[in-house]
Design a protein around this ligand. Structure first.
Ligand code: AMP
Length: 289
């Protein structure tokens, strides 16, 4: 799918030496572990972006220097309509600034919490968008390994609720999410990960099953009171479908074929795209009308 031509993707800008003087800074959009995110306007092209500010002190403290650089290089080379663009970066004495595509509609997580759960059409459209983005990543031998609703943003589309964008390539939340993995939620992890076994790209396919369930029911499938219980439920693939909301058998079929313990038997990304539930419900343009 051709992405809209964007001035910051043009040759002269991709090699530009950016500085804070190139931007007018607007309202804060949010706060992450290592700094803040602001809406900003690039002065020359009047192009609106999100500027992520990371304090060098934090980079030192968490020793994420190499990881940050590697992940920035990965994300700036990914060009897909469902992956948030990283246009460039620069730094001053205390801070590193990332110039990111602005996702006008914010976190999908907030939408999900507000609505409780999504319609089958909306859920299928997001799952199809995610599957296409992951197929593109896997082709480039990038395994995301940290897909969860907080890392999914929505852009702005006229007459629609926005196109989904994978926003985080681990660099900023990798250390925090690894921590979270150990002292927070395990909900999105595949059995081979919670059991500390070797894992490959099929962990992303498992996560698609988790997200599909969460989009439709409002909660992840293995949620439990304690981490030990979640761990046990994931390991045993203790999957059940509540009677409300009423969900089609096609949707349940897709989820059951992704949440499979043996990673080699999980439905492939190609097969997800061809699954009857996706064909019937998803908008191939990736927008929810
Ligand atoms: P992060 O540091 O990536 O966790 O970002 C903190 C918060 O800022 C997120 O939860 C989003 O609400 C917001 N945010 C981050 N990046 C963007 C973006 N590119 N467009 C719009 N909002 C963003």
């Amino acid at each position: 799918m051709a992405s809209q031509q964007n001035p910051l993707d043009e040759e002269e800008n991709s090699k530009r030496n950016w500085s804070l003087k190139d931007f007018e800074i607007g309202k804060p959009l949010g706060r992450g572990k290592f700094g803040r995110v602001y809406v900003a306007r690039e002065i020359k092209n009047k192009y609106v972006v999100a500027l992520k500010v990371i304090f060098k002190e934090q980079i030192e403290k968490y020793k994420i220097h190499h990881q940050l650089r590697r992940e920035m290089e990965i994300q700036s080379n990914l060009h897909h309509p469902n992956i948030l663009r990283l246009y460039g970066w620069f730094h001053d004495a205390d801070r590193v600034f990332l110039i990111l595509e602005y996702a006008h509609n914010g976190e999908l997580y907030k939408e999900l919490r507000k609505k409780g759960y999504l319609s089958e059409k909306q859920a299928a459209t997001y799952i199809l968008s995610l599957t296409k983005a992951l197929a593109y990543c896997h082709e480039k031998t990038v395994i995301h390994r940290d897909i969860k609703p907080e890392n999914l943003l929505l852009d702005h589309q006229f007459y629609s609720q926005g196109r989904l964008k994978i926003a985080d390539f681990g660099w900023s939340v990798q250390s925090s999410s690894k921590r979270r993995t150990m002292c927070g939620t395990l909900d999105y992890l595949a059995p081979e990960m919670v059991e500390n076994k070797a894992h490959d790209y099929a962990v992303d396919n498992w996560t698609l099953g988790i997200l599909c369930y969460e989009f439709l029911y409002g909660v992840p499938p293995f949620e439990a009171e304690s981490q030990i219980d979640t761990f046990r439920r994931i390991r045993n693939v203790d999957l059940s479908f509540p009677s409300t909301p009423s969900i089609s058998s096609d949707a349940k079929n897709l989820i059951s074929r992704l949440l499979v313990k043996d990673s080699s038997r999980r439905l492939s990304l190609e097969k997800i795209i061809e699954h009857p539930w996706i064909i019937k419900n998803a908008n191939p343009m990736g927008i929810c009308l």
